[in-house]
Ligand binder design. Structure first.
Ligand SMILES: CC(C)(COP(=O)(O)OP(=O)(O)OC[C@H]1O[C@@H](n2cnc3c(N)ncnc32)[C@H](O)[C@@H]1OP(=O)(O)O)[C@@H](O)C(=O)NCCC(=O)NCCS
Length: 151
């Protein structure tokens, strides 16, 4: 099946919020995702296929660094490489806009996300103790990860 990677528009905020709610215990509202899609220094990309929006990612850039704010894939479509394709599509766009580094944080217990980021060349820089607590019986550390892009 063919997939299209494209920039999100405000009309994607609702479907993106549904994907977010399926992936996180503390979901973001469609209104807050719409605001981010409209923000100048935010890159919002999605993958569309049969059935609509399958995955999306948001990056926010400042001072030559770009932070991955959030990423989610439809539960039924995980493990097909969609999130990896989205990040790989974002890298030349972000590098072309002058960014030299990608940053993100990930919960230590989020094995699929950690595998994805390691596969894409991110390495661990540090951790924030007990940073994630929503939806968990006890707080979990955030791992801070980054990788160089461009240059
Ligand atoms: C993290 C997430 C975006 C990955 O999306 P995806 O489209 O499945 O990503 P990919 O297919 O490119 O890669 C997923 C990796 O997780 C692995 N994986 C999938 N399910 C897994 C599981 N249950 N346990 C362990 N690894 C798993 C895949 O094998 C792949 O790793 P590999 O390349 O080493 O084989 C998706 O799992 C998701 O939406 N999770 C909920 C939201 C979230 O946690 N976002 C990240 C916050 S930092």
């Amino acid at each position: 099946m063919t997939h299209t990677i494209r920039r999100l528009t405000r009309a994607d905020a609702g479907p993106a919020a549904q994907l977010h709610a399926a992936g996180f215990a503390d979901p973001w509202s469609a209104a807050s995702i719409e605001t981010l899609i409209d923000t100048d220094n935010v890159l919002a990309l999605g993958i569309e296929g049969e059935g609509g929006l399958l995955a999306f990612v948001l990056f926010q850039s400042a001072a030559g660094e770009s932070e991955l704010l959030t990423i989610a894939t439809s539960p039924a479509r995980r493990g097909e490489g969609l999130a990896g394709q989205l990040i790989e599509a974002a890298i030349p766009v972000l590098a072309g806009a002058g960014n030299t580094r990608l940053l993100l944080d990930v919960a230590e217990d989020n094995t699929p996300a950690r595998r994805l980021y390691v596969r894409l060349g991110f390495t661990e820089d540090g951790r924030r103790k007990g940073y994630y607590s929503a939806g968990r019986p006890s707080p979990v550390d955030a791992l801070l990860m980054s990788r160089a892009i461009g240059g």
